[in-house]
Design a binder for this molecule. Structure first.
Ligand code: PLP
Ligand code: TYF
Length: 395
């Protein structure tokens, strides 16, 4: 019956993570998967989340509504758009709780496939690979716009804007507003404004995928691109709490669609519910309650904000530390990219062969593209990583 079923090659990043776990060397360093670990290499349990867990306890577990926990949805809107956003005050944002950021992008793709079918979909080159997969699953063909400028290890903004300008009017454009995965480079405020003008002039549909809010500059500042865009035009915003709540396995995310008016938002929300109903009926409750409790309580929310600030500050400081260590070993290696890029990832510019050499020789695991998860760095392993980096750079 299933004799023709093709083998699945596996997800390259998850497979690499498995190889890391199976590696018997005890000096190994995992800089591959996008998971934040603390100074001791552990996935933190945030104090705010632990307090929320104690509050919710284990009570009955009815189904949540299709669109999720009401307090959660309110929390998503306030966090992503800010309490006083004009679109929020006009009740023209439709928000649902989703199964992680992945579920948000998936439902966004399904919604667009049904209501704006046949359009071109453009994602950044490179991007989180699942952008292609999720939009293809929904029936779209995907293409790319230039993003990474390898020579300057920055954004190829001219190339990006030209491609988006040249795309057919009404195309669907996926944008990562902050802490771009995998490159770690973002648009500055002027570039965001210029791109917004082009997007609106072309009647494109923006799908923001914000998986790292709070890891760039602050929870508030990181949302600025999305907030300004949503003041000017309709758009879709997928957000993930996996990283900033350190709740990877709870599958917590949100999808918001900014509409023209409250009536449109109501109908769009109805269609989002239908998309959820046809896919998995309703989202999971425990993660939903945890996030809703933290976001809905002033003290817990303030504590959580400090905890997000701590994670970001630690990543910034290990970036600096690695740059210093590399510089102390060699003047030949340009390390400016480490501190210019932000968030969990740095695109190192290392080739696949250099990445292989670091892994095979030194047990230092990066993704084959040269992406390094800086959250895996700490005081203890940074010297080893610096040495390995210099060795392969000068080989
Ligand atoms: N979008 C981007 C850009 C990501 O990097 C990730 C996770 O790595 C996701 C979405 C998925 O988030 P989640 O793990 O919450 O499904
Ligand atoms: O970019 C990353 O590291 C993550 C890895 O179900 C990942 O996207 C891959 C698959 C998955 C969850 C996380």
């Amino acid at each position: 019956l299933f004799g023709q079923v093709e083998a699945f090659a596996g997800d390259p990043i998850l497979s690499l993570n498995d190889s890391f776990k199976a590696d018997p060397r005890d000096q190994k360093v995992n800089l591959s998967i996008g998971v934040y670990t603390d100074e001791k290499g552990r996935i933190p349990v945030l104090g705010s989340v632990r307090a929320a867990y104690e509050r919710i306890g284990f009570a009955e577990r009815p189904y949540l509504p299709m669109d999720g926990h009401p307090g959660y949805r309110e929390g998503v809107q306030k966090l992503v758009f800010g309490d006083r956003h004009p679109a929020r005050e006009a009740k023209r944002i439709a928000t649902i709780q989703t199964i992680g950021g992945t579920g948000a992008v998936g439902i966004a793709a399904d919604f667009l496939a049904k209501h704006t079918p046949g359009r071109a979909v453009l994602v950044s080159d490179p991007t989180w690979e699942n952008h292609h997969g999720l939009f293809q699953r929904a029936g779209f063909k995907t293409a790319t716009y230039p993003y990474w400028d390898a020579k300057n290890r920055s954004v190829n903004f001219d190339g990006m804007v030209k491609a988006i300008e040249a795309a057919e009017s009404g195309s669907i454009i996926i944008l990562q507003p902050v802490c771009h995965n995998p490159t770690g480079v973002d648009l500055d405020e002027k570039q965001q404004a210029a791109l917004t003008d082009v997007m609106i002039a072309k009647g494109h549909i923006a799908v923001f995928d914000m998986a790292y809010q709070g890891f760039g500059e602050s929870l508030e500042a990181d949302a600025a691109f999305v907030r300004r865009y949503a003041e000017r035009a309709s758009c879709l915003v997928a957000n993930s709490f996996s990283k900033n709540f350190s709740l990877y396995g709870e599958r917590v995310g949100g999808l918001s669609i900014v509409c023209r008016d409250a009536d449109e938002a109501e109908r769009v929300l109805g269609q989002l519910k239908l998309a959820v109903r046809r896919s998995y009926s309703s989202p999971p409750m425990t993660g939903g309650l945890l996030v809703a409790t933290v976001l809905g309580n002033e003290d817990l929310r303030a504590q959580w904000t400090r905890e997000v600030d701590e994670m970001r500050t630690r990543m910034d400081s290990v970036r600096k530390l690695l740059a210093e260590r590399i510089r102390s070993l060699s003047n030949e290696v340009d390390v400016g990219f480490l501190t210019n890029q932000r968030g969990m990832f740095s695109y190192t510019g290392l080739t696949a062969q250099q990445v292989d050499a670091m892994r095979e020789r030194d047990g230092v695991y990066l993704v084959g593209s040269g992406r390094m998860c800086v959250a895996g760095l700490n005081e203890e392993n940074v010297a080893k990583v610096a040495q390995s980096f210099v060795d392969v750079s000068q080989a």
